[in-house]
Design a protein around this ligand. Structure first.
Ligand code: 1GP
Length: 229
C-alpha cells in the first residue's frame, strides 16, 4: 500500500512551510504527493509544484478540479471522471477542454474513476461538483459504479469522502469495490488515525490519501509508516 500526501495550495504558507512538509514526508517514506483542491481561494505566492519538484524526489500527481489546474512541472495527472455524479462537466466536459493541452504536455495521464461518498456533512467537493455522493451505507452502489468505470476503460478507482470528511469511507465499501474490480483503489477523505488507515489497508486500499489529517497533526504522516505493508 502506498501513501499519498495531499498538498492543498491554500494551506501552504510559504516556501519554508513547504520545505518542512517535504522533509517530514521524505523521512516518513511518503510515496506520492497529490496536488490540488476542489476550491482554491488563494493566489499562491510561489510555484508550489515546481518547488516540490526542485526539493524532493517524491512524484507529484495533479489532483485537479479544473483544466486551469494543469501544471506541466508535475509528473502525472489524475484525469478524473466523476462517475458517482451526473454532472456532465465533471464526467466529460472538462476533459474535452483539457485533452488538447494534455496531449502537448509530458504529463503522464492516469484515467481515474472518481467516486464521491457521503461521509457525514457535505464536503466542498460535493458542493462544487454539484453532485450527490454515493450513500455511506451503500457499498453495492459504489461497487457497481466502479465496475462500470473499469468497463469503460478507467485505470484507477478513487473512493473519496472529500477533503475534511467527518469520517473515512467504510472498510466494507472498500472491500466490496475491491471484490468487484481489478484496478488499483485509491481511498481518501477523513483519514485521521492509524486505526482508520489500517482498516482501509486491510479492506484492500492500494493508495491512501492524507490531507487534513497531516495538516492538523503533522506527526500523523510519520505514524503511518508503522502500518504500511
Ligand atoms: C481529499 O482524499 C483527499 O480529496 C484527502 O482528504 O483532506 O480529508 O485527508 P482529507
Amino acid at each position: 500500500m502506498l501513501i499519498a500526501q495531499l498538498i492543498d495550495p491554500d494551506y501552504i504558507r510559504d516556501f519554508d512551510h513547504l520545505s518542512d512538509i517535504v522533509n517530514r514526508a521524505a523521512s516518513a517514506g511518503v510515496d506520492l504527493f497529490f496536488f490540488g483542491g476542489s476550491l482554491i481561494t488563494a493566489n499562491p505566492k510561489f510555484d508550489i509544484v515546481k518547488a516540490l519538484k526542485d526539493i524532493s524526489d517524491i512524484p507529484v500527481i495533479l489532483f485537479p478540479s479544473s483544466p486551469a489546474h494543469i501544471d506541466e512541472s508535475a509528473d502525472a495527472i489524475l484525469f478524473l471522471s466523476l462517475i458517482s455524479g451526473r454532472n456532465s462537466e465533471f464526467l466529460i466536459g472538462n476533459h474535452v477542454a483539457a485533452a488538447p493541452i494534455l496531449k502537448k504536455s509530458s504529463l503522464e495521464i492516469l484515467p481515474t474513476g472518481y467516486i464521491l461518498v457521503g461521509c457525514g456533512a457535505a464536503t466542498t467537493a460535493q458542493y462544487i461538483s454539484n453532485t450527490s455522493p454515493v450513500p455511506y451505507n451503500k457499498p453495492e452502489i459504489a461497487a457497481a459504479t466502479a465496475l462500470a468505470g473499469e468497463m469503460l476503460g478507467l485505470k484507477l478507482i478513487y473512493l473519496d469522502g472529500g477533503s475534511g470528511a467527518e469520517k473515512p469511507v467504510s472498510p466494507e465499501m472498500v472491500a466490496k469495490v475491491k471484490a468487484w474490480v481489478s484496478t488499483p483503489i485509491i481511498v481518501g477523505g477523513g483519514i485521521k488515525t492509524t486505526k482508520d488507515a489500517a482498516a482501509l489497508r486491510d479492506a484492500g486500499a492500494d493508495i491512501l490519501v492524507i490531507g487534513n489529517g497531516a495538516e492538523k497533526r503533522p506527526e500523523f504522516i510519520s505514524e503511518l509508516s508503522e502500518i504500511r505493508v
